[in-house]
Design a protein around this ligand. Structure first.
Ligand code: DGY
Length: 327
């Protein structure tokens, strides 16, 4: 009997699909990150592993699973938690879960951060709840419009495109993007200019990051990049934490080098700050809007991710090509 190990309970569409195939589906019982010890024990002898971005899947885990393991289906678009080279060596297929629902959810979240920053929503909420609102004032909590402002998209994948659609068609923003590849169709549809990263940083009012975490994108945004941004610019990160040099971000906020930041992912996740030796913490800045890696946390996206992971497991375990190979 084909056995799948799932490292945490989650949206059940995919689990139902796997059970309908009469696979034995063994789901870790607790709604918490599985311990290393438990993971190494439970993967033993499985044919498919359904892992999360919080599970480090390396040679040790693959070894513990043994030769039956044919596929690691990661329940995420990103797959920087998996040692792809090791998997390739062992002929284990690795897949991820791109889906229109995930793209939409992450793009909506990035847009929510843009609006929250521009209209100072969390600050206003805190102010109102604290009973500080004593009467209308022309000078209180002044934000900024986004219509007519320039959105810079760094990494034009499906999420970046979905964000551009909302920004340009829905809110009248201008759009520029930087990517290794140009996309003529996108440029035409959204009247978007392709720029170098440096030029994009110099011209954008809102900069949204949508690149995968690779050796080449680690600290893509660091001190030099912040020095190029407008002082009125806002940085949005819903990609992966280490794409932004957290210390450089903290310095940029402290020195008012930029106007603010909307952050969903953290360099030393799940810690919000890597260390506090310099007494600088993201949460001390009221112009930083922080969410706990929840950009894809909608019921639609989570169920879609679950279905996509199951489709990949079923394909590979039926001897077919994976639908979403991680590459
Ligand atoms: C992803 O899919 O990579 C997100 O970060 C989590 O859903």
């Amino acid at each position: 009997m084909i056995r799948i190990f799932v490292t945490r309970p989650f949206a059940d569409d995919g689990i139902k699909m796997l059970k309908a195939k009469k696979y034995r589906v063994d789901v870790f019982e607790k709604d918490e990150v599985i311990s290393r010890k438990e993971l190494l024990k439970r993967v033993k002898g499985c044919d498919g592993l359904l892992s999360l971005l919080t599970d480090k899947i390396d040679a040790e885990v693959m070894e513990a699973a043994g030769p039956s393991l044919k596929i690691i289906a990661n329940y995420a678009v990103g797959f920087d938690n998996i040692d792809l080279i090791e998997a390739r060596k062992r002929n284990i297929v690795v897949t991820n879960t791109p889906s229109d629902f995930v793209n939409r959810s992450v793009a909506e979240h990035a847009f929510a951060l843009i609006l929250a920053l521009a209209h100072r929503i969390p600050e206003s909420d805190t102010y109102a709840r604290a009973g500080k609102y004593k009467g209308w004032s022309p000078n209180n909590l002044i934000g900024t419009d986004i219509e007519g402002k320039t959105l810079g998209i760094v990494g034009l994948g499906r999420i970046g495109m979905s964000l551009a659609k909302k920004a340009v068609s829905g809110f009248g923003m201008n759009c520029v993007y930087s990517d290794m590849r140009r996309n003529a169709e996108f440029e035409k549809e959204f009247n978007a200019n392709h720029l170098s990263l440096a030029k994009l940083l110099q011209t954008s009012d809102f900069i949204s990051l949508h690149v995968p975490l690779l050796p080449s994108t680690r600290h893509l945004i660091s001190t030099e990049e912040f020095s190029l941004m407008k002082k009125t610019a806002f940085l949005i990160n819903t990609s992966r934490g280490p794409v932004v040099d957290e210390k450089a971000l903290l310095r940029a906020l402290r020195t008012k080098r930029i106007a603010g930041a909307g952050i969903d992912v953290y360099e030393c996740e799940p810690a919000i700050d890597c260390d506090l030796t310099d007494r600088l913490e993201l949460k001390q800045f009221t112009n930083a809007v922080l969410t706990p890696h929840t950009a894809s946390a909608t019921i639609e996206a989570r169920q879609a991710m679950s279905r996509v992971a199951a489709e990949n497991l079923i394909a590979v375990l039926s001897g077919k090509e994976p639908i979403n190979p991680a590459k």
